[in-house]
Design a protein around this ligand. Structure first.
Ligand SMILES: [Zn+2]
Length: 261
């Protein structure tokens, strides 16, 4: 009987290993990636050493399971890193998060509003969009918009982050500004009220949040998230209520990253 038990044990171990220790395929980062990240990604710069290492690991993982393809444009190491950063920044507070609803990011050489089949639900002067229907699991980004989002150190806009926040919002089935997969139930009503209040303020010209955020709740959430991640100190100072609730949504406080510089 003993060999059978041993066999069963081996099978069990293999099964458990297969399910719980399935190795995540990780990409190899390009040479000089650290310099690129330090130069272009303020969020990364603000992390302490431990945070930087964790961020790099998340990028390797992201690039291991998401394909980045250029359409009539080449995709270089910088583009790949910036797409990965756009995806990792919003979920950096959730170590186990993976984008199961995304397989590929297509980069276009410019805004793509001339491409009629893409333009129906396209976003922000058609700089990016999250696909539906036949384009399910596909995100489309304008390459210049992706780059400019990370180029302006003092800016509050970032198209890449914007589109990934829509994807997080979509996780519960609806892109409606209410990310039920992330937000604890007790914060639902306060968040809805806060969004409504701020949309009114934007429309009245009494807010420095981009006017595009007043279009609807989904756009408000994505636009406010860009500001939250791109200029966290300023956002915290000008919009403390929003900042606090968004630290609950994203499970991180980018204004307090313990930068060691
Ligand atoms: Zn949008």
């Amino acid at each position: 009987m003993a060999p059978i038990f041993i066999l069963i044990l081996i099978v069990l171990v293999v099964v458990i290993f297969a399910f719980y220790k399935r190795p995540v395929k990780k990409a190899v980062l390009p040479t000089g990636y650290k310099k690129v990240l330090l130069e272009h990604v303020a969020f990364y710069r603000a992390l302490d050493e431990e945070g930087k290492i964790r961020f790099e690991e998340k990028i390797k993982e992201f690039l291991g399971y998401i394909r980045i393809t250029g359409v009539n444009t080449n995709v270089d190491d910088l583009d790949k890193l910036l797409v990965a950063c756009s995806g990792i920044i919003p979920i950096f507070g959730f170590p186990e998060w993976r984008y199961y609803n995304l397989g590929e990011v297509l980069l276009y050489p410019d805004a793509f509003n001339e491409i009629s089949f893409l333009s129906k639900d396209a976003d922000r002067h058609v700089l990016g969009m999250v696909g539906d229907g036949a384009m399910q699991r596909t995100m489309i980004l304008s390459k210049p918009a992706l780059r400019s989002g990370f180029a302006n150190a003092s800016g509050t806009e970032n198209t890449g982050i914007h589109e990934f926040v829509h994807l997080l919002d979509k996780e519960d089935g609806a892109v409606d500004g209410l990310p039920e997969a992330l937000l604890k139930r007790q914060f639902t009503i306060p968040w809805l009220q806060l969004m409504a209040k701020n949309i009114v303020a934007i429309k009245a010209g009494q807010s420095d949040i981009n006017i595009y955020g007043s279009r609807n709740e989904a756009e408000f959430f994505a636009v406010a998230a860009e500001y939250f991640f791109e200029a966290p100190e300023r956002f915290n100072q000008k919009h403390p209520e929003l900042y606090n609730l968004m630290t609950q949504i994203f499970n991180q406080s980018p204004a307090h990253q313990n930068a060691d510089t």
